[in-house]
Structures are given as C-alpha cells and as structure tokens.
Design a protein around this ligand. Structure first.
Ligand code: FMN
Length: 455
C-alpha cells in the first residue's frame, strides 16, 4: 500500500501583513519588499526547492475598516493594506520555476467574466498549465462602496452569481475552441480551423455574453479551481465547482466536521469525495531542538501584533470588536461577511480577550511549535484526525518560516514516506490528481465541451 502524500501550499499575499500580523517589524523579515520582483522570484525558487505543490496567493478588494470604524490599525500595522495585484506575479515566478503551482485569488464580483477568462488562460499558457484560481466573491462593504455599490450583495446571492459566472467561464474555456481547432498549418495557411471555433451564447440572470473565447486552449483549459467558503451555501458551491478547498478550523473537532460535511456534499453532487483536495491553514515555528523552537516562538511573540489580528478578524466577521471591553459579551448577530468565521466565534461566545489570546502570533491559524519530529507528528495527526489532504502554510517571519520548514520538516516527512521526494511531470491538475490535465468528465465544467452538448 502506498502512503498518501501530504500536500503543501505556501500561503502568501502581495502585501506586507498577511495572516500573522506584526512580524514585518522583525529584523529578519523581508515582507516589506513585497513590491519587488526579486522578492517573488526568490520565494518561488525556495518553494520549488522544498517541492511545494503550490504558492497560494490571497487577495482582497477593499480595506479592513470595521475595527474601530476606520483604517488606523490597518495602516499602522499594514494589515493587507497596501496590497498589490497578484496577477502580474505569476508569469515572473513561472519563468524561474518548472513545477510550482500558483493558486491565484481573484474576486469575480467586480470583473467581467469574458475578460477574466482570458487573463487566466494567458497565465495558464505562460506557466505551461500551472495555474489555479481561488474563486472569491468578497466579504467587504468597503469593496462594494469602492466599486460603486451602496453595500455588498447579500451572502447567498453572491454564490448564486458565482454559479452563473462559472457557467460562463466553462462555456468559454471548455466550449468555445474544440480540441484540434488550432492547426498552425503553414503550408495550408490555416492557423485555426473556423469550423471548430464556436461562439458562446449566454443570457442569464446576471450575465450576458456572446462571443468567442479570445485565447486558444491552454494546457488545462479550466485552471484548477480553489474555493474557501465553509457556510452551508459556500459548501454547496464548493461541492459543485471546487477541486481544492481551503479551510481554517480553530480545532480538530471543527475541522473534522467541515471535512465530513464537504465530502458528503461532493458525493451528493455526483462527484467522487476524493475529487476535492482539502487544505487547512497552519503556522509552523520549527527549530532543530524543542528548546530552540520555544525560544524562536518567544522571539516571534515579541514582534506579533494581536490587535492587528483582531482588526483583520473584525473585517472577516463584520463585527467591530473595538466597541467591546475585553470581557464584554459580544453581540453576535447575523452577518453579511464570512459566515463560517462568525458562526464559530458565536458558537464559542469569544470575547475580545479570548480572540487577542488566540491571535498571540498575530493571526488565527493554529500554531505548531517544536523540533522537526514534533512538527511532523502534529501535521500527521491533523491529517489523520480531520481528513484534510494538506496544509496552507502561512508565513510568520518571511522567508524564514518557509526556509525553516523546507530545511527541517520536509526531510522528516520524506523519511516517513508522507511527502514526495521529486515532482511528477505535468500540469498542476495532473500533479494533484494524476488523472490528466483537464477537468474530469464528471465535473460540471466538462459538460460544456462541444461534444458533451446535445446537438
Ligand atoms: C482559508 C481562507 C482563505 C480565504 N482567502 C480569501 C482571499 O484571499 N480573498 C477573499 O476575498 N476571500 C477569502 N476568503 C473568504 C472566502 O472566499 C469566502 O468569501 C468566505 O469564506 C465566506 O464564505 P462563507 O461565508 O461561505 O464561509 C478566504 C476564506 C478562508 C476560509
């Protein structure tokens, strides 16, 4: 029997403070160089040395202005502000790597599907099939106002629109150009065969699109689809579309439940429960010995900004924790932000003090601290106890967090046979699932292929 390999993504964002806030003040941290190309190309090469499956790049439209009703903490601590566009990073990183995958976050609410389809096809061409898209619909009123709306579209309605958006994209990516449409026949003077390139016609509730996909088919056509919503509606969306799902459970019990519910829904949607890889967020502090790891953790705690973590969480939940005393009960009403984050906070009745304690390292992910064997044990325990397939490793001090992990933890995981020792060939989808470059036939997107359509 072969042991299942743990999957690994590095979790990052084109900004200074991503998940673990405050560490930009650490003398060895380089995150304030995020606006240089070198920061990203060196990071991509480092991750490829560690055989990471992917670099997952978060993104946000809008600012975190819920905490204390403004952006003071957000700006002082650089809590995902300033934030640059992640799209241009991918081609630069693809140019200096051969295998690393890229999970790009893009919010569909504020961009037309026709143009966005081309952006992703272009990146899939340039990276030779290493692109994934993290489908997000936004959770910030500040974004809605910046983009000309009075307030956000309601939570479930955002997913309804996303369903239709995906339908348009599948038609463009899977349906517009048949296999064999591109002939590149110099002698016959035929670049593309007109009989095999089709205009798509979509007239739905939210989108109307009539046209040919601008890009010729890229290696994966549809990029690997990632998603991160854990509400009921979010899980239904994931079950229908996602190939990779990100979760951030505060403990194993919650993690186990999310994984079980999700796999059930995937099966109900007519897919195989293993058609989706589930990644959870984790922060790791590792050093050669337990004592050194504890010292490093203590050193990191000295730079962390728990209040910045709280400002981030306020925006995620739509609740201004700045209005509450440390031990006041928090009024957890309905939210239009991240429903799953708010639900967990409400179920535990977390106060401001509870949250600040949880965010001692500046962020909300479970921190795993120890020597390499202890960290490897903890990761394997999470996989065994919750059923996740892998981890989204957040940075604490960058690039040190990733380098430590690669130098110290990866060899232990490899010795135990739970981590690859070389990359497989092929596209990101082929590497993750081993079943080819394209969406499997049972995925909804495949139903939009020309031959799958009724005549
Ligand atoms: C681990 C994780 C990462 C996420 N990353 C982003 C992101 O980069 N950008 C974004 O706009 N939303 C992000 N989200 C928010 C989700 O896309 C989604 O909007 C949110 O989870 C609300 O879904 P829900 O109410 O169904 O849980 C993330 C959520 C999770 C759990």
């Amino acid at each position: 029997m072969t042991t299942k390999h743990i999957l690994l993504n590095a979790f990052n964002m084109n900004c200074v403070g991503h998940i673990n806030h405050g560490h930009w003040t650490h003398p060895r941290d380089t995150s304030d160089q995020y606006h240089t190309l070198r920061y990203w190309t060196e990071l991509a090469q480092l991750l490829e040395r560690g055989l990471f499956d992917g670099l997952f790049i978060a993104d946000i439209v809008g600012v975190y202005d819920v905490y204390q009703g403004g952006v003071d903490v957000t700006l002082r601590e650089s809590v995902q502000l300033p934030v640059n566009d992640p799209v241009p990073l991918v081609s630069a990183m693809a140019a200096v790597t051969r295998h690393l995958g890229f999970g790009l976050t893009a919010n569909l609410t504020y961009q037309a599907p026709y143009l966005f389809a081309r952006t992703l096809s272009t990146l899939d061409h340039l990276s030779e099939g290493r692109v994934g898209w993290n489908i997000v619909t936004g959770y910030l009123d500040s974004a809605a106002r910046a983009m000309g709306l009075d307030e956000q579209i309601a939570h479930d309605e955002r997913y309804d629109r996303a369903d239709e958006y995906l339908e348009v994209l599948y038609k463009l990516w899977e349906g517009s150009w048949e296999d064999g449409a591109v002939r590149r026949d110099r002698q016959a003077r035929v670049y593309a065969d007109p009989s095999k390139v089709h205009k798509i016609r979509h007239a739905g509730r939210h989108y109307r699109v009539e046209g040919y996909h601008l890009s010729e088919p890229s290696p994966q056509r549809t990029p690997v689809l990632y998603q991160a919503g854990s509400s009921g509606r979010g899980q239904r969306f994931a079950a229908r579309h996602a190939e990779c799902v990100f979760i951030s459970p505060p403990n194993k019990e919650v993690g186990r439940k999310i994984v079980r519910d999700l796999r059930e829904q995937i099966a109900q949607a007519g897919r195989h429960p293993d058609d989706v890889k589930i990644f959870m967020g984790a922060a790791v502090v590792v050093a050669p010995t337990q004592a050194e790891a504890r010292d490093k953790h203590a050193e990191y705690l000295g730079h962390a900004a728990p209040e910045a973590g709280l400002a981030h969480f306020s925006a995620s939940t739509g609740i201004d924790y700045g209005r509450y005393g440390l031990d006041d009960p928090v009024g957890y009403g309905p939210t239009n932000a991240i429903e799953s984050a708010t639900r967990v906070a409400r179920e535990h009745n977390w106060t401001r003090r509870d949250l600040l304690a949880q965010f001692s390292l500046g962020g909300r992910y479970p921190a795993i601290v120890g020597d390499p064997a202890t960290v490897a044990d903890a990761l394997q325990d999470w996989v065994r106890d919750t059923g996740v397939d892998g981890f989204n490793l957040s940075r604490i001090v960058t690039p040190e967090s990733y380098a430590d992990f690669i130098d110290l933890v990866v060899p232990v995981l490899q010795d135990r046979g739970v981590y690859k020792t070389a990359y497989e060939a092929g596209t990101l989808r082929q590497k993750l699932f081993g079943q080819g470059d394209r969406l499997p036939a049972r995925h909804e997107g495949a139903h939009h292929r020309p031959l799958a359509r009724p005549a």
